[in-house]
Design a protein around this ligand. Structure first.
Ligand code: CA
Length: 224
């Protein structure tokens, strides 16, 4: 689960980053509108936390750009300017939520969880495909009712696919979502193949009736 923080105040950016990393999100950040536009043009995020007053422009410009690109990122506006105009403009441009500064960090985390829950799970607290059940709030997985121990990355990979059953996912998209944007600099995906192999073995040993299938030359797909 990868999140982008667009915030020019370094201290606030750092507090949000540390908090979300503790919640096991992969966190990327941008300190200006230009940087945010560049990142969202290249990468996909599960959720974007968007400050409105940025040194080089308005965060609303990013919302307009996402709309133009038909990107479906969840956006939570975090704005110091508690102005009703900004709030309405942001929500009109497709923002999912709005949080006025100063906010309590625990509330921000709850809002992030909530938009992601709505996006992928219709508001449900668990994700189930076949006999595999995942509890995103406490990082637990069960297969046919029995708990399965997964490493952090194995869990993240499974979580990613359970949110996209039947959809073909290419390797670079998967790697960026689970490891972070910097992963596009690597020479090969051996680190990912190793985690994928272990995950597939654990699922099959536990009797899962789903499988993450390799699609030759293209990527992976979760099938039942
Ligand atoms: Ca600002």
């Amino acid at each position: 689960m990868k999140i982008l923080i667009v915030e020019d105040e370094p201290q606030l950016q750092e507090v949000i980053r540390r908090t979300l990393e503790k919640e096991r999100y992969v966190v990327e950040s941008a300190g200006s509108l230009a940087e945010a536009l560049e990142k969202t043009g290249v990468y996909d995020y599960e959720c974007i936390l968007l400050d409105i007053m940025l040194p080089d422009g308005s965060g609303l410009t990013l919302l307009e750009e996402l709309k133009k690109l038909r990107k479906k990122e969840n956006v939570i506006i975090i704005s110091a300017k508690d102005s009703i105009e900004d709030k309405i403009a942001g929500l009109d441009l497709g923002a999912d939520d709005y949080l006025a500064k100063p906010f309590h960090i625990a509330e921000l985390v709850a809002r992030v969880r909530s938009v992601i829950r709505r996006r992928h799970r219709d508001g449900e607290n668990t994700i189930q495909v076949g006999n595999v059940l995942l509890y995103p709030d406490n990082f637990k997985v069960e297969v046919a009712g029995s708990p399965v121990e997964l490493s952090r990355k194995e869990y993240d990979i499974l979580h990613y696919f359970l949110n996209r059953p039947g959809r073909l996912v290419n390797k670079s998209t998967l790697a960026e979502s689970v490891w972070g944007d910097h992963i596009d600099q690597v020479d090969n995906y051996d680190f990912m193949y190793a985690q994928m192999k272990n995950l597939r073995k654990k699922l099959s040993d536990a009797g899962a009736d789903i499988e993450i299938k390799a699609v030759y030359g293209a990527g992976y797909k979760l099938v039942e």
